[in-house]
Every structure is written in C-alpha cells, then in structure tokens.
Design a protein around this ligand. Structure first.
Ligand code: 5GP
Length: 192
C-alpha cells in the first residue's frame, strides 16, 4: 500500500511525553485529521472503551492478526503488544482523510520503511523528569509499570535524532503551534 497523495502523520515519543494531549489539541485546530485506532493486548484503563481508545485484543487474537498480515506495524512495549491495523489506515486514506498514528518508536521505525511518505514527528520532553511527573500525575499506571515505562523512555529518547521533525513539549500551546505548522505544511503541499 502507498499513501499516494493522502497524508499520514506519525506522532511518536516516549510514554508520558503528552502525545495524546498534543494530538487532541491538534485535532481541535484541524478537525479533518482522523485517528487510527490501534490494537493492543493491554487491559483497558478505567474510562477507556473498546473500538474508541483501542481495539482491545487478547494475545491469541493479536497473534492471529499478525499471522494474517493485518498489521502495518506492531511492537512489544512494556509487557504488552500494540499495533496499527491496515484496515484503520486504508479506509481513511481511501476516503481521502489525513490520518494520525500515535505510536511508540519501534512502530515508527517500521512505518518509516513501509510508508516512507508518512510524516514522522518525535515529541520530546523538556527534561527527563517531566516524564516521571506526568506518568505519576495521570495516575493510570502502578508504580512498577511507571518504572518500566521510564526505562523504555530512556532508550526511546536516544532515537530522537532519527526523526526529521522534533517538537519539545515544554508548553502545550507552544508545542501544538509547532506541530500544527508541520501538519499544515504537509497538507498544503499535498493539495497543491
Ligand atoms: P499506552 O499503554 O500508554 O496507551 O501506550 C503505550 C505506548 O504504546 C505509547 O507510547 C503509545 O503511543 C504506543 N502505542 C499506541 N498504539 C500503538 C500502535 O498501534 N503501535 C505502536 N507501535 N505503538 C503504539
């Protein structure tokens, strides 16, 4: 599959950096952007719904879909599996909508190979400790899970220079301005 003239935006970066909040802000500003709903073997957190936040799959079903070639990319992350279903992205591209993928770094690397026209943006924290405060503050993970995520985050931060676009999330509005400029730049190129 190629993305042709459709725009695919990959927003990556460590857990706790604020990718979700930043994307929510971006979508308020550019409502035509559609999200690809990922699949995961992680259990739903309170308030999350199946088919909206994620497609929650058990590990056997996830494996079955991997074997059937249903994923554009997938990765193990902190004890669970996460992946982008082809169907999520293809349906939106066919309908002519720009698509946003919010994924971790291993998945972003796979998309770089399989869909080189996708625009990849790495979201970085102003400093490492900001990740801990954010993960603790949102209260969604147990302390062991937070430590595991921070260990992965340290590695993920080393990958920042691989990405052509980098946005430091020091201030949500400022970071949203920077991300919006990148996205609008690509959207206007593809329309022109
Ligand atoms: P969380 O458990 O906090 O929802 O997500 C953990 C990490 O997995 C985050 O960095 C998130 O961006 C990433 N993630 C979510 N969906 C996908 C996906 O489809 N593929 C990959 N590779 N990572 C994903």
């Amino acid at each position: 599959m190629t993305s042709g003239n459709s725009c695919v935006f990959v927003i990556t970066g460590p857990s706790g950096v604020g990718k979700g909040s930043l994307i929510a802000r971006l979508r308020e500003r550019i409502p035509s952007l559609e999200m690809s709903v990922s699949a995961t073997t992680r259990k739903p957190r309170s308030g999350e719904s199946d088919g909206v936040d994620y497609h929650f799959l058990d590990p056997a079903e996830f494996d079955r879909r991997v074997a059937a070639g249903e994923f554009l990319e997938y990765a193990d992350y902190s004890g669970n599996r996460y992946g982008t279903l082809r169907s999520e992205v293809e349906a939106r591209i066919e309908a002519g909508h720009p698509v946003v993928l919010e994924i971790e770094v291993q998945g972003a690397r796979q998309i770089r190979e399989t869909m080189p026209s996708a625009v990849q943006v790495f979201i970085a924290p102003p400093e490492f400790d900001a990740l801990r405060s954010r993960l603790e503050g949102r209260g969604t993970d147990r302390s062991e899970a937070i430590e595991a995520r921070l260990a992965v985050a340290e590695q993920e931060l080393l990958a920042r220079d691989e990405f052509p676009h980098r946005v430091v999330n020091d201030d949500l509005d400022r970071a949203a301005d920077a991300l919006e400029a990148i996205v609008r730049g690509k959207l206007s190129q593809s329309q022109g």
